[in-house]
Design a protein around this ligand. Structure first.
Ligand code: KG4
Ligand code: ZN
Length: 339
């Protein structure tokens, strides 16, 4: 069966065609990133207008690249939330109209679950695992067992990606912060600044707002002519990245010990970070834990992961309820949670 994925939760507009569970025929993404860069972060009104302008074209391109026609599609899967309401509504309205017109099933997908599902295109989902979401808006640790999801911890303030973005802004490095911090960190000394690990009541919760403030004070306290030397910035980037990654790694491995899970599945934009990939793999190996990262092409927001998760939901619905999902009462849910 061919599944169309539709993703418009934030600043990307994406449509993808998936055949079966494991083969992507097309995955077209139109980003409005360049429109937000002058503002140092995503402007919701600009993001939703971009989605509205792009959705028809992106859909047509996805069909063309997959060499299929709309009538060949068997299922539509669309991001229901979380995200920006204006952007979400564009995708949901588009998907509903299309599924209605084609008389095919429609499923709403949780964007965070889809980030994890990006790992399951090309490999089957393990029956039990720790899910680690590290995106621009969310950071959470979940335990997945035979489809049941339990929240172990989440951030109490900023998300991991948000911490990269805000720190980059303080250092005058532009938006988004993750890739530029990763690049500059390669030239810096990760031991230059020993950032303090924040303490949480729940040992699986995260906090990233303190480290951003610590960077702000270091920048303010820097004696110079107002211009930060490259060496100083590189050392801060390397130390910041080392600290954030070590907290993510420690808690994920600890969550595996606690739940006896043998797999850690990572999803979200920060999973593109190669230092993080290396450190988590190194920490998992001696514990006998397999670490899953999506291919780089599927780390940021895309519709292939939505299609993959949507197909799972469709199959669950057919198996358990012997029916197919027609979610025509679906609407955007900006605060949708993973558990
Ligand atoms: O998952 P995503 O594409 O969008 C959301 O759903 O939020 O994540 C975007 C986030 C941004 O905060 C960005 O700075 C971060 O992912 N990011 C990275 C890297 N590439 C993107 N963070 C660290 N290192 C990277 N290489
Ligand atoms: Zn995302």
């Amino acid at each position: 069966m061919l599944t169309l994925g539709v993703e418009t939760s934030c600043d990307e507009t994406s449509c993808a065609v998936l055949v079966g569970r494991h083969k992507i025929l097309s995955n077209v993404v139109s980003s409005s990133l360049f429109r937000h860069q002058p503002f140092g972060g995503v402007v919701p009104e600009i993001a939703s207008r971009h989605c509205l302008e792009q959705i028809d074209f992106v859909f047509a391109q996805a069909l063309k690249a997959a060499r299929v026609k709309a009538g060949d599609l068997g299922l539509v899967a669309v991001t229901e939330g979380p995200g920006l309401i204006g952007s979400l509504l564009v995708g949901v309205a588009f998907a509903k109209a299309l599924a209605y017109d084609l008389e095919i099933p429609l499923v709403g997908v949780n964007h965070l679950e889809a980030h994890l599902a990006a790992n399951f295109i090309g490999a089957d989902e393990p029956s039990s695992y720790i899910g680690l979401i590290v995106s621009g808006g969310h950071t959470s640790l979940t335990h997945h067992e035979h489809g049941k999801v339990t929240l172990l911890g989440e951030t109490v303030d900023d998300a991991a990606g948000e911490a990269f973005d805000k720190t980059a802004k303080i250092l005058g490095l532009g938006y988004p912060g993750g890739p530029v911090i990763e690049k500059l960190a390669r030239e810096g000394n990760p031991a230059a600044v020993p950032f303090t690990k924040p303490k949480q009541k729940n040992r699986f919760d995260f906090s990233f707002s303190g480290i951003k403030t610590a960077v702000l004070y270091l920048v303010r306290g820097h004696k110079g002519n107002g211009c930060l030397p490259k060496r100083f910035k590189a050392d801060l980037c390397a130390s910041f990245q080392k600290a954030v990654v070590s907290w993510l790694v420690e808690k994920s491995v600890e969550a595996c010990r606690y739940t006896k899970a043998r797999d850690i599945v990572v999803g979200g934009g920060v999973s593109a970070n190669s230092y993080f990939r290396q450190k988590l793999a190194e920490a998992g190996a001696p514990e006998g834990v397999k670490v899953w990262f999506p291919p780089l092409s599927l780390t940021s927001d895309n519709a292939a992961m939505i299609a993959r998760r949507g197909l799972d939901l469709y199959e669950i619905c057919r198996e358990r309820f012997e029916t197919v999902p027609y979610s025509f009462d679906l609407t955007g849910n900006p605060n949708l949670r993973i558990a």
